[in-house]
Ligand binder design. Structure first.
Ligand code: FES
Ligand code: FES
Length: 207
């Protein structure tokens, strides 16, 4: 059978190179070098390709600037470079919610956000939830209702809940279940977690 000719992109990258790079997690070695310094087309227009970039973040109210690699996640930058280890690296693949932080007020899995995508944005981690010594009402409710158990899942639940209640201060039980569906508790403490969220909502409403 006649072999199809191998088609290369203008930057000299074949589809096979790309898949190989993704498969080994070695995007940087297989694909990036030919593209560095160039721009590539995306749905949002052409974007530059970096290997490193200096980014500016506001983290828990503090402005920081640091150079990050193109493949560094926001979670790794928070934990390994900024010593903010509250967001947990549990699955590292967007499945458990243990790494949840707020990015411009929205809950995100920090393990699934490249640090360069957070450039210029505001990040809040669980370390920034309390107001100095005064716990956030969500933290108080988790303690009161035994929603708080292990240190792996709890930070993510707190961040998801606090962002959710900002948008929906009087949720139904179904809405609470839906909001927490991206956070996993392996021991199945869900009944107490839902109760904690209901209590937190009341506290935030002053009810
Ligand atoms: S560690 Fe990010 S979703 Fe599990
Ligand atoms: S209490 Fe953390 S996994 Fe269940």
């Amino acid at each position: 059978m006649e072999k199809k000719p191998i088609r290369k992109s203008p930057a000299g990258v074949t589809r096979r190179d790309f898949i190989k790079g993704m498969g080994t997690g070695a995007l940087g070695t297989a694909v990036l070098p030919p593209l560095l310094g160039q721009t590539i087309a995306t749905r949002k227009g052409r974007v530059p390709v970096y290997d490193k970039k200096t980014i500016a973040l506001t983290v828990n109210g503090r402005k920081v600037s640091l150079e990050v690699g193109a493949n560094e996640t926001l979670l790794d930058v928070l934990r390994d470079r900024l010593d903010l280890t509250g967001a947990k690296k549990v699955c590292d693949r967007g499945e458990c919610g243990g790494c949840t932080v707020h990015l411009d007020g929205e809950p995100v899995y920090a393990c699934m956000v490249l640090a360069i995508r957070a450039d210029g944005r505001t990040v809040k981690t669980v370390e920034g939830l309390a107001d100095d010594d005064k716990l956030h009402p969500v933290q108080e409710a988790f303690i009161e209702k035994d929603g708080y158990q292990c240190g792996f899942c709890t930070p993510g639940f707190l961040m998801t809940t606090s962002a959710f209640l900002e948008k929906n201060p009087a949720p139904t039980l179904d809405e609470i279940k839906q909001a927490l569906s991206g956070n996993l508790c392996r021991c199945g403490n869900y009944a107490k977690l839902y109760e904690a969220v209901e209590t937190a909502a009341k506290k935030l409403r002053g009810a």
